[in-house]
Ligand binder design. Structure first.
Ligand code: GUN
Length: 282
């Protein structure tokens, strides 16, 4: 068996066309504030890509760049201004943040209807209750990628490796909401291979190149690689050993070109949703 490719670039192009049409019918343009504190190299790249995509789609973006030594109080004061500014519909604070900043407190401080990352307690809670509103971009993008290829998780064994607040946990909830049977595995899981081999759908969001080998994958499984780390050569790498997994899986998402392009489009979709939530007629 040779896996077919879950092509995130192609799926994101289709989604972009949908969003562009929606934006074309809107009376005003949504505006997102993208906050970066300091100079984390990955964050520099990601925020730049997000701004470029906003420009391409006609979403207004406001880049807020704060120095590395910004204090918690200074960041909170800036967020409060953005929260109360009616011209701003969406707020994203790129993580990781410098050590002196409490990231959870920051996520809690963003107005829930502007929380386009969906990391705050209100949006997380709604997702947990099966009433998703603004959902974290990467897991929402994964679900959209599956939908693009008409891959249905209903009743299937879905294994999520990684329990982060920004990917693993919200993804598990989205899968549960879609009627999958969900298992979460993580760094303390014993005999990871025995768990992953049960998966009809295997999602890996750990950030360890080569973690998932072909031998850990059930024949005919669907493998979604959500890992993003740098390998020994400094290149972007996923969690799956691409060549060996490709021989056993029915579908496989590559890194780069899989989940990544969906994540950015997901943020664009959330920005439009945030605008709509704030402009809903009572
Ligand atoms: N850093 C890595 N992924 C993300 C994300 O989805 N949102 C934010 N705010 N920061 C990130």
């Amino acid at each position: 068996m040779v896996a077919k490719i879950l092509d995130g670039k192609a799926a994101s192009v289709a989604w972009e066309a949908e969003l562009a049409a929606k934006l074309g019918n809107m009376q005003a343009k949504p505006c997102i504030a993208l906050v970066r504190v300091g100079e984390d190299p990955a964050s520099v790249t990601y925020v730049k890509k997000k701004i470029e995509m906003c420009t391409r789609l006609g979403i207004v973006s406001q880049f807020v760049h704060l120095p590395q030594n910004t204090t918690q109080d200074e960041l909170m004061a800036r967020l409060e201004k953005l929260n109360t500014d009616p011209r701003i519909h969406a707020i994203l604070v790129q993580v990781p943040l410098p050590d002196q900043i409490d990231a959870v407190a920051v996520q809690n401080a963003i107005a829930p209807l502007k929380d386009v990352d969906g990391f705050g307690p209100e949006n997380m809670g709604l997702l947990l209750m099966g009433r998703p509103r603004l959902v974290a971009a990467t897991p929402a993008g994964v679900m959209r990628l599956l939908k693009h290829y008409s891959l249905d998780v209903t009743g299937k064994n879905c294994v999520v490796v990684g329990r982060s607040n920004i990917v693993g946990k919200p993804l598990a909830q989205l899968l549960l909401n879609a009627d999958a049977t969900v298992t979460m595995a993580h760094s303390k899981t014993q005999n990871l291979a025995a768990v992953t081999k049960q998966a009809d759908f295997l999602f890996s969001a750990v950030g360890k190149p080569g973690l998932i080998t072909g031998a850990m994958v059930k024949k005919g499984a669907i493998v979604v690689d959500i890992g993003t780390s740098k390998n020994d050569e400094g290149k972007l790498a996923g969690d799956a050993q691409f060549e060996s997994v490709k021989k056993r899986a029915a579908w496989l998402s590559p890194v780069p070109g899989g989940v990544g392009p969906m994540t950015i489009m997901s943020l664009m979709a959330n920005t439009i949703s945030a605008y709509e939530l704030q402009n809903k007629r009572a």
